[in-house]
Design a protein. Structure first.
Length: 290
């Protein structure tokens, strides 16, 4: 079985690492824009070759695969599809795992289906580590139901969301408003508490009001996710904003969450085991960015 990855960042690597052992005679190729830049090409090529993956010189070299996973940044998802569409083989399966709006996935589906390939909207519903391709995912597309058994046979934790492209990502985009929004509210509240000199009082009050969140671990996790993955989460929230706008709702809320996520990533802070110290260091870094 020939599988290609268009984009080879965290999600693609995690999918490959857990999926490869399931395929006795699997053949993998990958292309990433980082291969085209001198300051990132060596690291990206090493990530591929160390896994036994052949690095492609362009998206054109991926088109003859049976399955092509598109795993790029949200702002590049349509560009990525456009770069490979002319080279897709008849009946190839283009699996779009990007965190983008339903409208973007429908636009991409029209492009891919027009090339003679099949399009599948796949929404990844949890962090890809440690489960890799066994992370819960949702599928949507005309072939989603008939592919269900094959995906499950390879160890995917998968359910069908519907036949229409965009049905799977709609669930992810709406859910993300809450998940990433809760992260943003938590870190901003604790940063404001530290800045106001009432950190312990606020932490104690929140712990008593929302005991189910387990405040011995919860805030540390929120700081870890936002500082480590804030850039990608911000891109996803901008797509959630597009989703909410299309529904006649407040997409500006999601865009403000994106601002917080971006700022947390830009702080450059690596959280440690002392929450108060982490909060103080992030606060100082955030103030310097103003």
């Amino acid at each position: 079985m020939r599988i290609s990855f268009l984009g080879f960042g965290e999600a693609a690597r995690a999918f490959h690492d857990s999926l490869a052992p399931k395929l006795e005679h699997g053949e993998f190729r990958a292309y990433d824009l980082f291969l085209d830049h001198a300051d990132s090409a060596d690291e990206m090529r090493a990530a591929m070759t160390s896994r036994g993956i052949k690095s492609a010189q362009s998206p054109a070299e991926l088109g003859d695969a049976e399955w092509i996973f598109s795993a790029v940044t949200a702002d590049q998802s349509l560009n990525a599809a456009q770069s490979i569409a002319p080279y897709l083989g008849q009946g190839a399966l283009f699996i779009d795992i990007n965190s983008v709006s339903p409208g973007r996935k429908r636009e991409t589906a029209a492009l891919i289906n027009g090339s003679g390939a099949d399009y599948l909207d796949m929404a990844v519903m949890a962090p890809v580590h440690p489960k890799g391709h066994a992370t819960p995912v949702l599928l949507a597309g005309k072939s989603a139901a008939e592919l269900l058994r094959r995906f499950r046979g390879l160890g995917f934790n998968v359910e069908v969301a519907g036949e229409a492209p965009g049905s799977a990502t709609a669930i992810k985009m709406v859910r993300s408003v809450f998940v990433k929004g809760l992260e943003a509210i938590t870190v901003e509240a604790l940063l404001a508490a530290e800045a106001s000199g009432c950190f312990e009082e606020i932490l104690s009050s929140l712990s008593q009001s929302f005991p189910g969140l387990d405040w011995s671990k919860f805030p540390d996790y929120q700081f870890e996710r936002t500082t480590r993955h804030g850039r990608r989460r911000a891109a996803e929230m901008r797509e959630s904003g597009v989703t909410l706008d299309a529904l006649g709702l407040n997409g500006g809320l999601a865009r403000e969450i994106a601002v917080v996520q971006d700022a947390m990533a830009a702080s450059g802070i690596q959280p440690d085991d002392n929450l108060k110290d982490t909060v103080a260091r992030v606060l100082a870094a955030r103030r310097q960015l103003k």
